[in-house]
Design a protein around this ligand. Structure first.
Ligand SMILES: [Zn+2]
Length: 404
């Protein structure tokens, strides 16, 4: 038996020094950190005077280092224009893929180092996920493929419709065979599709149970887009793992959260992706129906948090100009509006979101052994919400992005 010895030249370490560090889980910032990277990984977090011999030193005076942000719900196929559905319809797959890549790069430059795409067209996000694994300019990506929806239902133009118990089961199987990371099902109608009504369920209890059962049988988690109260009740009863929006929407308003739904969400530790985050854009505003409902939506969000429901950011980035690829930075402020402290809002945008996405062992924290996904901002985001927008640099798996 022969032994082959491979000599690899040791990479130079990088030591990033800054004013403060938020590690993803603490309630306070640590002063004067030195974060040491070896290639794509954080290997040490030291105090100021502990720079390893021979390391390249990056001095970010006045900056706070945070874990890169984690968004649980984006749509890379939508380009955050005034009519992303029409724009997508004009694009063939190659053009759509180029736009999706540009979306992902923009997200990374805005501090988003991990994101979950909950609805593409024709599985294009699988190619983007593969590209991201090899390209240090693209965030880490989890993907659902096209959402499961009824023929002609909400976002039907993203793939093929699925109806009935057998149809839903087949749709889950197809996605599993393609290699998606999670199943997304449109339990109710939605806002972007003409003719679709958010307050009306798309699937009944049996179809939802079949979808959950098939997903779990194939080892996948499943999250439900659900606006209508009935679709929320049915999906919860079906054993759903996550909700998107969870708006309790009626034809003309928002229902209060039924007590038994709240109890069920907590007892079953269901993850709720809240659609927070609106970038102020001159001339662009949320739809009037959302503006009118916003106080009631925010009140429900506050109740979820007070009750201990596991919430994460699920921004729906891409669906409108107020939802650009990096809109999660505006969700940070809105989480505070519904009752989180600034530190808790950072927890949900980093470590807690990463854990909910199944990446809690390598993303969302600045500790040794974790991926070197780092957002450096000017100032202290715990006392100044705007600090999150003053980006100094972003490291994606150890590589500093060029911020144009
Ligand atoms: Zn969405």
């Amino acid at each position: 038996m022969t032994t082959t010895t491979t000599t690899t030249e040791r990479r130079r370490l990088t030591a990033i020094r800054a004013a403060w560090l938020f590690d993803g889980v603490s309630d306070a910032l640590a002063p004067n950190p030195t974060v040491v990277l070896d290639g794509t990984t954080i290997v040490a977090v030291h105090g100021p005077d502990e720079v390893p011999d021979g390391a390249d030193v990056i001095d970010l005076a006045g900056a706070t280092l945070l874990p890169g942000l984690v968004d649980g719900h984006v749509h890379t196929v939508f380009d955050a224009s005034a009519d992303p559905v029409a724009r997508l319809a004009e694009r063939d797959d190659a053009a759509a893929f180029a736009a999706m890549t540009a979306f992902a790069r923009a997200a990374a430059r805005g501090g988003v180092t991990t994101m979950r795409d909950l609805g593409d067209r024709d599985y294009l996000s699988l190619g983007l996920r593969a590209a991201a694994a090899a390209d240090p300019g693209l965030p880490h990506l989890l993907v659902a493929g096209p959402p499961i929806t009824t023929p002609g239902g909400h976002c039907h133009f993203l793939g093929e419709g699925a109806a009935g118990v057998a149809g839903v089961r087949a749709a889950v199987r197809e996605r599993a065979e393609r290699g998606v990371d999670i199943i997304k099902i449109m339990a109710s109608g939605g806002n972007m599709t003409p003719g679709s009504r958010p307050e009306v369920p798309q699937y009944g209890p049996e179809e939802l149970r079949a979808a959950v059962d098939e997903a779990h049988r194939l080892g996948l988690r499943i999250t439900a887009h659900a606006h209508s109260t009935q679709s929320i009740v049915d999906a919860l009863a079906a054993g759903i793992d996550g909700f998107e929006h969870l708006s309790f929407m009626t034809a003309d308003g928002i229902d209060p959260i039924p007590d038994d739904v709240l109890t069920g969400l907590v007892a079953r530790a269901v993850t709720v992706g809240l659609t927070l985050g609106f970038k102020p854009v001159p001339g662009a505003a949320p739809p009037p129906g959302i503006v009118a409902r916003r106080p009631a939506l925010m009140a429900n969000g506050r109740r979820l948090i007070e009750s201990g429901v596991h919430v994460i950011p699920g921004t729906d980035a891409g669906i409108a100009p107020i939802k650009p690829p990096d809109v999660i930075r505006w969700a940070f402020g809105q989480f505070q509006e519904i009752g989180l402290t600034a530190a808790q809002a950072l927890h949900v945008c980093t470590a807690r979101a990463a854990a909910a996405l199944g990446l809690g062992d390598r993303k969302g924290r600045l500790v040794p052994g974790y991926d070197a996904d780092i957002l450096a901002v000017d100032g202290n985001p715990l006392t100044d919400t705007e600090a999150l927008h003053r980006i100094r640099t972003v490291y994606l798996r150890g590589t500093a992005l060029a911020l144009a």
